[in-house]
Write a protein that binds this ligand. Structure first.
Ligand SMILES: NC(=O)c1ccc[n+]([C@@H]2O[C@H](COP(=O)([O-])OP(=O)(O)OC[C@H]3O[C@@H](n4cnc5c(N)ncnc54)[C@H](O)[C@@H]3O)[C@@H](O)[C@H]2O)c1
Length: 425
């Protein structure tokens, strides 16, 4: 069987996709790009003897003979690289998030349409076992029409900040706002229901001591109330509360379902150590008002390729999202990717929740970029917290402005990184 040729940009998180390609039957890794010589050197050592080209420069890397690229570079810089890659004739798997401004969102959507290349958004949490089962059950009408849901992605990065940001003051994790990284929470409910978000209200946690201790300038957490096109509502939260958790719950017109709260281990734990049991609890009636015959199911869902996904990070979801991307390239009708429009449905609520936060929690409409006429409203909107991109539309990093952080905070993390960097690979 001919393998799909893949290149990976970013050899840190990208290591997961490199490992996928190394052992997959449907893909092979042919090129790796990272501007950090230490990261590139580690990958060269790990992959010694394999026929892989290594690059420090993306513009050289993208010329390599390959079918698709994985973008595991900085979370706020995916869109420009995705656009370049698709215009160079490569399919794209983008790590979270898809873009950092509305201008980039419009450009990204139009690049997908103009090039016809496959764009798969790598929101792996959608492919965790319980959320994926929730999608299946929703399609079977088990709980009826979606009315309300809750979702949370709680990740306190204080203990692993030296690994994640290496003491870099302008690392994206230090500069993004509280609701930016919202797709691990919202994504699975959007993917399960297929409903488009239309309106959002945002609120921010203001107790930021833990964040400031590690140089992060955002609010403590971002809370969103998202209205969907059918009138259903999602309450989503993401941020650095104590302790970590991933959790999804959905109420429909004749039932409800939720998974167990899932507990994250420390950032430097081996992926196998993640506690990803994700048991599911479903309660439903055959029809609304059928009170005398209630049904309950409590089980631990399995997916068809769990034997291959065993050992992959995030409860095996790192395997599944890559598998679907590769199978999509191969033309497999079973492939279930998250396309660019759905990626926007997951990410734009966070972008507009922050605009709501900065406007005393006033509700904000969420643009629908499937609608070409709406795009012109946003084509020049560069509002974000990244000074290199925002121009005169620079936003503060939190509702209380952008905090000043002492250099000593970053120096401490840099020192920790240099002396305690874990053997991640
Ligand atoms: N889906 C998940 O569960 C999950 C988990 C962790 C990280 N992520 C995502 O993975 C991405 C990477 O995060 P990370 O934790 O690896 O840390 P990171 O963002 O610090 O690392 C990115 C890597 O990309 C390289 N890079 C960045 N720009 C480059 C360029 N222009 N040319 C060449 N190399 C470049 C950097 O040197 C670095 O090694 C982010 O988008 C993050 O959101 C996702």
């Amino acid at each position: 069987m001919k393998k799909v040729k893949i290149g990976v940009l970013g050899g840190f998180r990208g290591n997961s996709m490199i490992q996928y390609c190394k052992s997959a039957q449907n893909a092979e890794i042919v090129a790796i790009c990272d501007k950090n010589p230490d990261v590139l050197e580690r990958q060269k050592k790990n992959l010694a003897g394999m026929d892989i080209a290594f690059y420090a420069d993306f513009d050289e890397f993208i010329k390599h003979d390959m079918d698709g690229v994985v973008l595991a570079n900085y979370a706020h810089q995916h869109a420009p690289f995705a656009i370049k890659a698709m215009r160079a004739g490569k399919h794209v798997f983008s790590e979270v998030l898809p873009c950092q401004t509305m201008k980039e969102a419009v450009q990204l959507v139009e690049a997908v349409e103009e090039t016809g290349m496959i764009y798969a958004y790598g929101e792996n949490y959608c492919y965790m076992r319980a959320p994926y089962e929730m999608k299946k059950l929703y399609a079977q009408n088990k709980i009826g029409e979606f009315e309300y849901g809750e979702c949370e992605y709680i990740h306190n990065t204080e203990g692993g900040a030296h690994v994640l940001t290496y003491g870099e003051p302008n690392h994206w994790r230090n500069n993004v706002y509280s609701t930016y990284y919202c797709t691990h929470s919202l994504g699975p409910i959007i993917h399960a229901t297929g409903l488009r978000p239309v309106k959002v209200i945002g609120i921010e946690g203001t107790k930021t001591e833990r964040k400031l201790r590690v140089g992060s300038k955002a609010g403590a957490f971002g809370l969103m109330l998202v209205t969907l096109e059918n009138g259903g509502i999602i309450k989503g939260i993401n941020g650095g509360l104590y302790k970590d958790s991933t959790w999804y719950c959905m109420y429909g017109s004749k039932g409800s379902m939720e998974c167990n709260r899932n507990v994250h281990n420390p950032i430097d734990a081996h992926p196998n150590d993640y506690v990803q049991t994700f048991d599911l609890h479903v309660r439903y009636d055959e029809f609304s008002g059928d009170y005398f015959n209630p049904k309950e199911e409590h089980y631990s869902p399995k997916l068809s390729l769990d034997h291959l996904a065993k050992g992959y990070g995030h409860g095996g979801s790192d395997f599944y999202c890559m598998w679907h991307f590769i199978e999509k390239i191969k033309g497999n009708p079973e492939a279930d990717i998250i396309d660019v429009y759905e990626a926007m449905d997951m990410a734009l609520p966070g972008m507009f929740a922050f605009r709501s936060i900065l406007d005393n929690s006033a509700p904000k409409d969420i643009p629908n970029l499937r609608n070409k006429a709406e795009r012109d409203l946003w084509r020049n909107d560069t509002a974000c917290t990244d000074p290199e991109v925002a121009g005169d539309m620079l936003l503060p990093t939190s509702v209380n402005g952008t905090p000043e952080i002492d250099d000593a905070v970053y120096a401490r993390l840099r020192h920790l990184y240099e002396t305690h960097y874990p053997a991640k690979y």
